[in-house]
Design a protein around this ligand. Sequence first.
Ligand SMILES: C[S@@+](CC[C@H](N)C(=O)[O-])C[C@H]1O[C@@H](n2cnc3c(N)ncnc32)[C@H](O)[C@@H]1O
Ligand code: SF4
Length: 361
Amino acid sequence: MVRHLYVHIPFCPKVCPYCSFYKEAGDRNKTKAFLEAVLAEAEMSADGLQPETVFFGGGTPTALSAAQLEFLIAGLRERVDFSAVKEFTIEMNPATVSREKASALLALGVNRVSMGVQSWDDHLLGTLGRVHSAAQARRSYEILREAGVGNINMDLIFGIPGQSASQWRESLLKTIELEPDHISAYCLTYEEDTEYFRMFTRGEYAPEEGKDAELFETAMDVLPGAGFEQYEISNFAKPGRECLHNLAYWQGADYAGLGPSAFGTRSGKRRRNIPDTSEYIRRIENRLESHDFEELIPEDLRRSEITAFALRTKYGISSAGADPETAAALAANGLAEIVSGRLRLTRKGKLVADAVAAELL
Ligand SMILES: C[S@@+](CC[C@H](N)C(=O)[O-])C[C@H]1O[C@@H](n2cnc3c(N)ncnc32)[C@H](O)[C@@H]1O
Ligand code: SF4
């Protein structure tokens, strides 16, 4: 039985220059056909699917109107057994929040919102090409709380060109003051095929040596001090507020993925739907396969992937599964510690998590 469902909504109010998720600036003519295609795909995927977690990501799922979200979620509920759902997350851009949408989503069973705040500094929001101001993000957060959303994540980005250590600290403190349940703090990455990557390769922005590590350490100092446990490298939660969907993913659970570019794994196979909305719709309408990529996941690859993901979490990996010499060397260098049969990253190890994972694989 597959216990996790991801739905990709590829529309955004405006495309941000750093983002490589599959998305397009909303094309209103396509939306109805897209929603119907997702429902048709859900019908084809419903066998053996009883999700405990549902995650609507993107793109920006709330680029859809309240009526469109109602059509989609009610339609999914008719086709997929939602009786075991414990956590239902939707990603929101602060520019697409309204009281009407928040109430409609709650009525449809959504119980967690992940909001892309990124920064509380208007100048840095401009650098990121965001469509919203800091004041609008704050207002959107208040609307969600007033509507009764009990579980809210805020995404923040650090390492933004021109961002000072004190600006980052201010953003963290401002976030804490608003008391979200969960904070994701991502280091800005220069993804290929983005405007930022082109700017970076043209040499228009040269990151300061060691700056990202300094900002990451600031997050590791400030957030746990305010009651947010770092349960994964980039994710901090109040007690009991870890994201169950992402935890399952990091632990290697199977999941179903609907919508263009969505990945899914089932019975040792991984598939990705074609990252092209019009083509995705065409294929589903014509009852053709919607994926353009499929691979078998051999047991050794699966183990390596789980090691790399699990190592990034507070649970770490079973020390029995690690090479004893490597584990001892990591511990001697202060990068990992072994506690109750689990090998976990230390604070120093978290700064170089990918390199530690590479040692262990
Ligand atoms: C799909 S978006 C979230 C929802 C919504 N689209 C928004 O932007 O508000 C997921 C998150 O990924 C993060 N992200 C996207 N591109 C990134 C990059 N290049 N480096 C670091 N974080 C990035 C942002 O924090 C963003 O909020
Ligand atoms: S960060 Fe969010 S709003 Fe911006 S392009 Fe990516 S998915 Fe869209």
